[in-house]
Ligand binder design. Sequence first.
Ligand code: BDP
Length: 615
Amino acid sequence: MLYPIENRVREVKNLNGIWNFKVDEKNTGIQEKWYERPLENPAAMAVPSSYNDLVTDEKIREHVGYVWYERTFIVPDSWSGKRMVLRFGSATHHAEVYVDGIRVAEHKGGFLPFEADITELIEQSSLEEHRLTVALSNVLDWTCIPCGEVISKEGSRYPDGFHFQETYFDFYNYSGLHRPVKLYATPKKYISDLIIQTEVEGLSADNPIKNPVSIAEYNQIARGVLPTAKRAKVQVVINATDEIRVVKIFDEQGREVAKTEARRKEDAYSAELVIEQPVLWNPGAAFLYRLQVEGDSDVYTETFGIRKIEVTDKQFQINGRPFYFKGFGRHEDSDIHGKGLDEALNIRDFNLLKWIGANSFRTSHYPYSEEQMMLADREGFVVIDEVPAVGMCFWDGKSVFGGDRVNDETLKHHKDMLRAMVERDKNHPCVVMWSVANEAATHEEGAVPYFKEVIETIRKADRTRPVTMVHTTGPLGDKVSQWVDVICVNRYYAWYNDHGHLDVIGLQLKDEMEQWHRKYKKPVIMSEYGADTIAGFHKLPAVAFTEEFQCLYMDEYHKIFDQLDFMIGEHPWAYADFQTKQGLNRVDGNKKGIFMRNRQPKMAAYRLRERWNQD
Ligand code: BDP
């Protein structure tokens, strides 16, 4: 799905700002057809944002079910004869959209964009001002990802109607219109999609260390002369109702470096272009080309980068050089905004990532905003793009895949979300790998056919990127990693097991990592490891929850990573403290952040900075 852009034939109207808002206390709004008239006594609400932390009423913050958003918009006369589309960056989790009381879209899945073509409706309407209404539900059950269930309790010891949203993942179920809402216009004959794939020829990557193990060695490789290529082939598939004529490529200075005519092939157009001596997109040294497609009516320009990804039994190579993932599992999460897009926060985050010496992150546990992906392209961060398949494991022995929990509908939705993620993010050079799930119960028999299908789906959707999934199950129990390219493991030695005993980490970690590699002969990333740490807590000798403990905890892991040549990355959990549901081991959220929620460093940030920048 293309991002809405402006050019001489396309226009975008931003519908962000203050909307009307109403909680559907009894969840009867749809039956009562609230969309037919303006909402009664609405409150004011900011878009984009989560609504939860903007309100003061606990009933609204914790409401399970529908809330309603509403605003008006005007279509300028100059848009007459154009195709008009409403676009939501995300609506968490399930939305029904109405314009002037007419349903124009329905969407399930809270972290990916969707659109509604409203051309006909606008053309047939005599209204000057249109009313846009969104019924938005935050209910999670076993038919969607993330998974969850609504729990009700009855009896004299519970108030009437007592219920709550249960989730089996560790972040607060923020809800709302989290990303920009836009109305855009294109010509009636238009370009609907572009798939850009690049192939590099004559790659030369000066690589002094053939089998790097330590961070210092990886850094030495990364700081060497940038890899070059003799030429790049750029293949484009264009879906359009327009007649497509020409495809051009411009470099960062705006110079045209390639041009060709598009050819019609069955129901799409295609073009192949060649760039001589291309500048490659490298981690920390991004270079973005712009590909422009020109049709009889429509024009669309998409940025892309040229880079080559290869995975061996012990390495992840970008442009022929072994790459070591230094970075974090993160969350879209901040005070007040919740999961709402905050561009200022994103800039701060990327500046902190650069400061600490990170080169990558995982979009744990859902695709992040398109705006954030564009920033990663531009700043040269390497991204593991994760679908919102989280909460598919119980730790008490209950089965997730074997009974009435995960079911055919879950699988269908999971596959839909994978395809939608690829559709949205396929042209981003920052995305180097797809993650199909976080911590699913892959030791269960039922997980085997499930993930076989999941992985086949993503491979069919994109044959150019490796695939991973992130494990909590250990190497002996895991039944599905034969289908992935890279093993990602989350592990909390000395935290959730042998709590506080730092001296067990080295032994247990080394043993487990070697087992993973022996079993699958694939490179391994430590995709989570960490300890809750309250900023300002200190103790000598160190105890759990202090800043000293977090540093020593990291050190123990790092000693082992530096000994294993198949370990290709470390993503401490988590980048910053974040909000979770209430829980006995969550004091106002998860405190494993290397940064505080306000994006100021804990002591461990300095420790990592030193490690990740070492010569
Ligand atoms: C892992 C999850 C992550 C949690 C983390 C933790 O992947 O979402 O926040 O553990 O417990 O299980 O801190």
